[in-house]
Design a protein around this ligand. Structure first.
Ligand SMILES: [Zn+2]
Length: 161
């Protein structure tokens, strides 16, 4: 819950600073890096806190990463550097880094509506391969579904008196 609250705070501060949603930022992270805490601490699980991220739940038997970004992402640092650099020549140099890995961008209009066809621009997904991620989530749900009764139903019921 603390990670979720921190992400929401970073997201809303991002809006305050002028950033729009970035639903492509999850595609900046290779699928195999999602549970890599060192990667997440440097780049983010998604490269922008302006993403609407899926929960980064680890499949069973694998290392657990962060559920949400532990800090701002690489896109956030780059975009804020561009937007808040008072030197126009420096800003022009920063703008040339738009195509570098970790700077992916796609906003609301790219994710919703009739022209929103790019499979990398989605809210609530993670990783650079949305189909593989979706398959993994489906498997996680299927595995969890079979264990669910043990977690929500008592093994013995009290006899009514
Ligand atoms: Zn928002």
């Amino acid at each position: 819950m603390a990670q979720a609250l921190k992400w929401v705070a970073m997201h809303e501060v991002g809006h305050t600073l002028g950033l729009r949603h970035n639903f492509r930022s999850s595609a900046d992270t290779p699928l195999e890096k999602l549970q890599d805490r060192t990667w997440a601490e440097t780049n983010g699980i998604f490269s922008s806190v302006m993403e609407y991220p899926g929960l980064n739940l680890s499949p069973g038997g694998q290392p657990r990463g962060y559920v949400y970004n532990p800090g701002v992402g690489s896109y956030d640092r780059w975009a804020i550097t561009y937007g808040y650099t008072p030197d126009a020549a420096r800003a022009a140099l920063v703008a040339r880094e738009a195509a570098l890995p970790g700077h992916a961008y796609g906003t609301d209009e790219d994710a919703r509506g009739p022209g929103a066809l790019d499979p990398d621009v989605n809210p609530y997904d993670l990783g650079s391969d949305p189909l593989a991620w979706g398959r993994g989530r489906a498997q996680l749900i299927a595995d969890t579904w079979t264990r669910l009764p043990r977690h929500v139903m008592p093994t013995t019921r009290a006899t009514p008196t």
